[in-house]
Write a protein that binds this ligand. Structure first.
Ligand code: NI
Length: 289
């Protein structure tokens, strides 16, 4: 469907999502699949990541899995991808900050999993107008540990979580919901490369290990409207569409070249603030490897 330019479009007209998909996001707390690029383009992003990994001789590690868009020009392009932003705008409006990115990489036949959790638990962001665009770099299936969600759970209150710091848990603190999750209500999010899912910061979700012969790679991009506040630290973010009339976050520079000195310094500063927020109350000073 061809859409008129933004200036000619009524404000309430979706850019990419159908009205039914927008309604599903608000009702269920998640919507998928949404195709934002071709499979070939998605494979190009995978190749860009793996070219770096081949050079460094190991999978992307530790802090570099987070706010990766401040380090690499290809990741910077991805968080500004017009179709991703169109879908996000349909859900949170025309002014958009990219707050962070988190790679969720599960190696072939590996034990890494994600316990049932709500993203809102340690992020410090208020109000809960926070959306994740989860971009599939590879196929995402039940076998390779797709994300599972409890539809509608974003409308219940913040649930109590406990930290486990389990070695195979891919979350920052290995946090898990401290009460029973009714798994019979869960729905799995299968995606093709180049598709995204969108989910709300309070949606209950988790995923199992990768039992397949290939890596499963997804990049979770966290977007907020500029009206959202960080309650734990003076945080930073990047304006990717529209205007920021609030200035609750310090602006982050875009990388001019992959891993150049300015990019590394900006990334270290930004991740330092985020670690302080996410690990508050613990001794941690860096993301877990
Ligand atoms: Ni999550």
């Amino acid at each position: 469907m061809d859409l008129p330019p933004a200036t000619l479009r009524p404000r309430n007209m979706p850019h990419l999502l159908s009205p039914q998909q927008v309604a599903a996001y608000h009702r269920d707390g998640a919507v998928w699949p949404v195709r934002v690029m071709s499979e070939v383009d998605a494979q190009g992003y995978r190749r860009a990541l793996e070219a770096h990994e081949a050079k460094s001789g190991e999978p992307l590690q530790g802090n570099w899995r987070h706010k990766t868009h401040l380090l690499f020009t290809w990741a910077d392009a991805l968080v500004r991808h017009p179709k991703i932003l169109d879908a996000v705008e349909d859900c949170i409006g025309p002014d958009i900050l990219c707050w962070t990115t988190n790679f969720f990489i599960k190696e072939a036949n590996s034990p890494g999993f994600v316990s049932w959790h709500q993203d809102a638990t340690y992020w410090g962001l208020e109000p809960d107008d926070v959306i994740t665009a989860w971009v599939a770099f590879t196929e995402v299936t039940p076998e390779n540990g797709y994300m599972q969600v409890i539809p509608g759970s974003h409308r219940i209150d913040q649930l109590p979580h406990r930290d486990t710091f389990h070695k195979d848990n891919l979350l920052s603190r290995g946090q898990e919901i401290a009460v029973e999750v009714d798994k019979s209500q869960a729905r799995g999010i299968a995606l093709r490369p180049g598709e995204i899912s969108l989910h709300h910061i309070k949606l209950v979700h988790g995923s199992d290990a990768n039992r397949s012969a290939d890596r499963r790679i997804g990049l979770a991009i966290r977007y907020i409207p500029p009206s959202v506040r960080q309650t734990k630290v003076r945080d930073s973010a990047q304006l990717v569409r529209g205007t920021d009339r609030f200035c609750h976050f310090d602006p982050e520079p875009r990388p001019q070249a992959d891993l150049d000195a300015a990019a590394l310094a900006a990334h270290a500063d930004a991740v330092g603030r985020q670690v302080k927020a996410l690990y508050s109350g613990t001794e941690k000073t860096a993301f877990r490897a």
